[in-house]
Ligand binder design. Structure first.
Ligand SMILES: *Cc1c(COP(=O)(O)O)cnc(C)c1O
Length: 447
């Protein structure tokens, strides 16, 4: 840990929230150098939906490496890539009647978003992209321009342009229909808002504080995009790959996005892999027009194909996710009622929202001390974000929820104690003041 504090850039973040040196992981558990076990309710920010080091995936990867399989290949044709594309087509796209070209934009989520934005601008000849309040799409300049968070945007150092921010579902409260609001602006040639190249949306805003958009809102957003000749980009990087139940988070709304971004849990093993899925008729790239050295992560192809075979063929993960989500949300409802919080979420991304914005971070700290890794989200980090692996068993999840309950108690006790000591402090100051003003007239001067 000392080497990290001495040598790693100030920009580091999660190693500050979870200050220990982790040494190994299995399934829903992380272990540190002191042999402590942690239940993982963070799951690599959604990159480990199938848990750590899943044995089937690991075995396939070890076999592949042992057999001298290709590791690096730019975007040359490899057997691993063919097998991944075949699995994606056969297990995911065809059964859902979805026809997408698969673009490999580079290994991380933000690469998939950058490619989507570029393509939308190229296809429509327009420059503006509508994104939403509290949206999160990545840290490179294009993705950052469609991200809301001021602290993250501040890191850019240049103006983030060619985007238009619109209110997400529910942003102004239940009574304001934000689709109507956008339709009014777009329908008025004097509003100053012109038809964009695309709308980019998360069906559940994850980093933005676990805000699910309603199904009707998403359907109407798609209709609005179509009406104005704009593309609909669904950023399914965090809540895709089964996080909310179905493989694509938008399936229950029956959406047919023009472009879909996937990454995080796509490789299934925590290896970097991202794809930009493109409606075939708008796949108008010139060969090599968007390029990159690491667009063929063959190890990730191997584990991704294995994950699709293992989790999405016969007994779809979606059923067990729905069952676990029901258990989680009913427990959270009870906790929230008792503690004056709010529960938000869909499937196995759930948030516990507190009025006192400092509470979520303190609960996370107490949870870590008790052996639970859990992060916060939202504009003021006021949301405790529950993101366990989808494969976590119910007993472990229940233990995790127990630890959250204890941690909430500990954080609230802390609040009560600090209030009491502030109160006592104020009382003492008052007494001191009275003493000094009565005793020697040194008004307002503290001893
Ligand atoms: C994490 C995330 C990204 C960015 O992915 P990186 O791999 O961190 O670049 C983009 N969009 C959403 C919704 C995400 O959760």
């Amino acid at each position: 840990m000392e080497i990290i504090e001495r040598r790693e850039s100030q920009v580091r973040s999660y190693c500050r929230s979870f200050p220990t040196v982790f040494t190994r992981a299995a399934g829903s558990f992380l272990y540190d150098g002191d042999g402590r076990e942690y239940i993982d309710f963070f799951a690599g920010a959604g990159a480990l939906s199938y848990g750590h080091n899943n044995p089937e995936l690991k075995e396939r990867l070890l076999q592949y490496i042992g057999g001298g399989g290709i590791t690096h290949s730019l975007d040359m044709a490899t057997e691993a890539k063919c097998q991944f594309l075949d699995a994606l087509e056969r297990i995911i796209l065809r059964p859902r009647d979805l026809d997408y070209r698969v673009m490999f934009p580079g290994p991380t989520g933000t690469n998939a978003v950058e490619a989507a934005l570029k393509l939308a601008r190229k296809v429509t000849g327009r420059t503006g992209v509508v994104s939403f309040t509290n949206g999160f799409h990545g840290m490179t300049l294009g993705s950052l321009a469609v991200t809301g968070n001021a602290q993250k945007r501040g890191g850019a150092g240049i103006p983030l342009t060619n985007t238009v921010r619109m209110p997400f579902d529910g942003y102004f409260g239940e009574d304001v229909d934000t689709i109507e609001y956008m339709a009014t602006l777009l329908g008025d040639s004097s509003s100053g808002v012109t038809a964009p190249a695309a709308f980019i949306v998360e069906t559940v805003q994850a980093e933005g504080g676990v805000n699910p958009a309603s199904w009707p809102w998403l359907e109407r957003l798609q209709a609005l995009a179509r009406e104005y000749g704009a593309l609909l980009i669904v950023d399914d990087i965090q809540v895709g790959c089964g996080r909310t139940g179905p493989f694509f988070s938008f399936e229950p709304a029956g959406l047919r996005p023009d472009i879909v971004c996937l990454s995080k849990s796509l490789s299934g093993f925590g290896l970097p892999l991202a794809v930009t899925l493109i409606r075939p008729d708008i796949d108008i790239w010139q060969p090599g027009e968007h390029n990159g050295t690491f667009r063929g992560n063959n190890h990730a192809f191997v584990t991704a194909a294995a994950a699709l075979e293992h989790f999405w063929c016969d007994s779809p993960l979606s059923q067990s996710t729905a069952a676990k989500a029901a258990i989680m949300s009913s427990r959270l409802d009870i906790l929230a009622t008792a503690r004056g919080a709010e529960v938000r979420g869909r499937g196995l991304i759930q948030g516990l929202v507190f009025d006192d914005a400092s509470l979520a971070a303190r609960i996370s700290r107490h949870a870590f001390a008790r052996g639970l890794v859990i992060e916060t989200a939202g504009p003021r980090d006021e949301v405790l974000k529950l993101l366990p692996p989808l494969t976590m068993n119910v007993d472990t999840m229940t233990t995790g929820l127990d630890l959250i309950e204890d941690s909430i108690g500990a954080a609230l006790d802390e609040t009560a104690r600090s209030r009491a000591s502030r109160h006592n402090g104020a009382k003492n100051a008052h007494e001191r003041h009275a003493h000094w003003s009565n005793g020697n007239g040194a008004l307002g001067v503290s001893p």
